[in-house]
Design a protein around this ligand. Sequence first.
Ligand SMILES: NC(=O)c1ccc[n+]([C@@H]2O[C@H](COP(=O)([O-])OP(=O)(O)OC[C@H]3O[C@@H](n4cnc5c(N)ncnc54)[C@H](OP(=O)(O)O)[C@@H]3O)[C@@H](O)[C@H]2O)c1
Length: 282
Amino acid sequence: MKILITGADGALGTAMQRLLQKVGIVYLATDIKQLDITDFKKTNEFLLNYRPTVILHFAALSDVDRCEEESDLALRVNAMGTLGLATIARKIDAKMLYVSTNHVFAGSEEQPYYEYSIPKPVNQYGMTKLLGEHYVKDICSRYYIVRTSWLFGQKSKTFMSKFIITPEKPASIHVICDQFASFTYTVDLAEAILTLIKTDNYGLYHLVNREIGSWLDFALRAKDIMKFTTSLNPITTEELNLAASRPRYAPLGSRNYSFLFDRTMRTWKDALVAFIASAGPQ
Ligand SMILES: NC(=O)c1ccc[n+]([C@@H]2O[C@H](COP(=O)([O-])OP(=O)(O)OC[C@H]3O[C@@H](n4cnc5c(N)ncnc54)[C@H](OP(=O)(O)O)[C@@H]3O)[C@@H](O)[C@H]2O)c1
C-alpha cells in the first residue's frame, strides 16, 4: 500500500498520520501548501509522478458557514477538487476513499439516516459534498465513500473539541442544544478507514461512534469527566443566527460496516473518555 493523503493537516488527517506511523505504512501527507486540489493540472502531475495505490481524500472546506458565504470556493474545493482526484484515481488505478458528511441529509425527521436513505442537503456544504460523492461514484470503480459526523479529537476545529483541550477555561460558555447527530472521534474513524482500505469491500459507509446526542449532551458529559467549573448555557440554533441552515436531526445509522466487517464503533461517551485521557491533565 502506498498512500497519499489530501488535507492531511486537518483533524482527520492528523489522526490518520499518527495511525499510519504506528502501524508502519508508507504515506505521503499533503495539504493545501503542497497540493492544492483545486489546481487540476498540478494535482494531476503530482499524482502521476507519486502514483499512490490509495488516495485518502480528506481535503475540504469544512466550515459550514464559510461554505454558505463563499459558495463558489466550496464548489471548487469540495466538488471540483473531488472530481479531479476521482479522475486521476481512475487513471492510475488507485483506490479512492472520499470522506463525506451527514449534511447531505435534510435532518427534518426524528430518524437516523442509513446508507440507503435519500440525501437532500439544506446548505452549500452538504450540496457540494454530495456532488463530490456523485463524481466519485460515477468515475471510480474502486472507491469507498465514508459519511461521518461531528468530528472531535486533536486539531479538530469544532468548538467543544477545542474547549476540551484548552487549559484556560472561561467562566461560562453557550452550547447549542437543539441539533442532534452522531459524534465521531478522529482516532476511531482513522482506524475504521484503515480497516476499509485493506479490503476490496468498496461502496458507501456511515462511520460514526454509536449513540446520538446534542453538543450540550457532549459538553455535560465532558464536564462530568473533567470536573471543570465552566457553566454551560444552552443556546438554540435560531439564537445563534448562523449563515448556513443546519440539519436539525441527522444522526447516521451504520449498517454496511457491521454487515461486511462484523464490527461496530464504540459509543461516543467511551470515545470521549479516551479523547480526554489523551489530551492530558487540564
Ligand atoms: N469536521 C467535521 O465535523 C466533519 C464532519 C463530517 C465530515 N467531515 C469531512 O471529513 C473530512 C475531514 O474533515 P476535518 O475535520 O479533518 O477537516 P479539516 O480539519 O478542515 O481539514 C481539511 C484540510 O483540508 C485543507 N484544505 C482546504 N482547502 C484545500 C485545498 N484546496 N487543497 C488541499 N487542502 C485543502 C484544509 O486547510 P485549511 O484549514 O487551511 O482550510 C484542512 O487542513 C472533510 O472531507 C470533511 O468534509 C468533517
